[in-house]
Design a protein around this ligand. Structure first.
Ligand code: SAH
Length: 218
């Protein structure tokens, strides 16, 4: 089995990454601290060990990616996580983003539609550090009705529109952060739910995500 080591060198690179994120405009020290605490190289193939702390997305299995650290910091900051909040994440991928949310003290419910990625996470030893993450194999457009309502919802794939079932599963006053398709790119959107028929929208910067797809892939 792979041996996971977090060396002084890794910690040093992580410190530099956090400084870079601060320079790029991330202001939440809580988010930066959570990202400093998590060994991102554990979430990647060992071939990426030396470059795991570059501010880049990298390939994981099933032709998917681990998001760029700046994107993870940006989405997490917009969610304004408080301890013990219930957070639904769509697109578990490597589980790095889920771990950042868990490190901030949230109860995380994360859904992945790629069977291979879901199975990888079942075997990932580092996940035992976060008993506050629950993993689900399913279609994020459906959400998780039986665990609703959620304080916060995060979509980490490019959404074609605001998924109506996810709006329903958000608490009144709750926030959802998602990248919404706008030509070749996606624009970050934060919605604040008022009631079942109304929400406020705030639009932010442009990003590039893998697509949010319907159904499950076995
Ligand atoms: N949060 C991830 C980033 C993963 S990339 C991380 O930290 O590594 C986006 C992920 O969303 C991919 O793994 C993709 O398979 C998944 N995805 C796309 N559409 C989905 C859907 N409808 N439901 C659940 N997961 C979905």
């Amino acid at each position: 089995m792979r041996k996971f080591e977090d060396t002084y060198q890794h910690k040093g690179l992580r410190k530099k990454l956090v400084d870079l994120l601060r320079n790029k405009g991330i202001t939440s020290e809580l988010v930066l601290e959570a990202m400093y605490n998590i060994p991102r190289h554990f979430f990647l193939d060992s071939a990426f060990d030396k470059i795991a702390y570059e501010d880049r997305a990298f390939p994981i299995d099933a032709e998917q990616t681990i998001s760029q650290p700046y994107t993870v910091a940006y989405q997490t900051q917009l969610l304004n996580i408080h301890r013990s909040e219930k957070v639904l994440e769509i697109g578990t991928g490597s589980a790095y983003q889920a771990s950042v949310l868990a490190e901030l003290g949230a109860w995380v419910f994360t859904i992945e539609r790629q069977r291979k990625l879901f199975d990888n996470n079942k075997q990932f030893v580092f996940r035992t550090k976060y008993p506050n993450i629950k993993f689900f194999y399913g279609d994020g457009f459906e959400g998780l009705q039986s665990y609703a309502p959620f304080d916060k919802i995060l979509i980490t794939a490019a959404a074609p529109f605001v998924p109506p079932k996810l709006v329903q599963q958000l608490k009144p006053g709750g926030l959802m952060v998602l990248p919404v398709n706008d030509g070749d790119k996606q624009r970050m959107l934060r919605i604040t739910k008022k009631d079942d028929d109304n929400y406020d929208e705030e639009w932010f910067d442009y990003f590039s995500f893998v697509p949010m797809l319907t159904g499950k892939n076995n």
